[in-house]
Design a protein around this ligand. Sequence first.
Ligand SMILES: CC(C)(COP(=O)(O)OP(=O)(O)OC[C@H]1O[C@@H](n2cnc3c(N)ncnc32)[C@H](O)[C@@H]1OP(=O)(O)O)[C@@H](O)C(=O)NCCC(=O)NCCS
Length: 262
Amino acid sequence: MNRQTQVSEVQSPTGSGLDRLPLPPPGEVHLWWTSLQVSCTARLHLERMLDVEERRRAQSFYFPHHRTSFVVAHATLRLLLGRYLSIAPQDVVFAYGVHGKPALAESLRAPRLRFNMSHSAGLACYAIGADGEVGVDVEQVRPVDVLDIAPQFFSATEVALLRSLPAEPRRQRFFLLWTALEAVLKATGGGLTMDPRQIGLESQSKPMVATVADGGQVSRWAVQRLDLVPDYRAALATEGRAKRLRYLGRPPVPTADLDRRQ
Ligand SMILES: CC(C)(COP(=O)(O)OP(=O)(O)OC[C@H]1O[C@@H](n2cnc3c(N)ncnc32)[C@H](O)[C@@H]1OP(=O)(O)O)[C@@H](O)C(=O)NCCC(=O)NCCS
């Protein structure tokens, strides 16, 4: 994985885990990402960090590799948030928005901390901010019928641009636009319940700017392309202005948990 900054593994004075991670300062977003492939033993260990509902969802997957990905993605989120809050992963409590966007429960008294997670084909990505809502989307770049899908989601100008490109740049641009759109849908919390045509995406500006018209309300989001690992495309949407990005790589977890990863 590229652009990875090593985060030192400092044991806490209590010996029970790792030191607290400071919240990102205003204007900054922390980005973490990890592979979702672990051994069976590691999965069982990580599964114990999940709550009843997460375990129920994990069990509902038909294919074992989907179950493993779900467990690792959710346990890693708990490990990460636990580090910011100085609590055990099992003690992280979530609250959910109307359309399912996870947030921290009020009981944890961390009103500024915002996060969002995305996973695709064995990779999970986490955005952590303390300065307004965040939404992140990661997708493996894979074969898709771009010209069939694009008109349903993107403006006529974007579709014309996609049509004019050779196959590979077209596919790359499609995933850039797709992750940008999904990151905005996820930042607002509306997800796929929203009509993507409610989003006006200025994709030529840097950062990209998205305007969302929802009922009588209009909101503006900055959308930044993320460079995490080859063959995946990712984007981050943040409330208001673009943020400084801090690429942190694999979340720091206690050595015992790391040892169990592949
Ligand atoms: C959120 C949504 C856009 C996810 O898109 P995706 O590309 O398939 O998945 P991603 O990997 O990028 O993101 C999934 C994660 O986003 C988070 N998430 C879930 N709902 C969310 C929402 N409304 N807004 C932002 N983030 C959300 C969760 O952490 C989720 O992880 P999980 O599915 O393992 O619990 C899509 O699932 C959605 O629109 N859901 C809401 C509407 C819906 O279908 N609700 C059904 C239940 S009422």
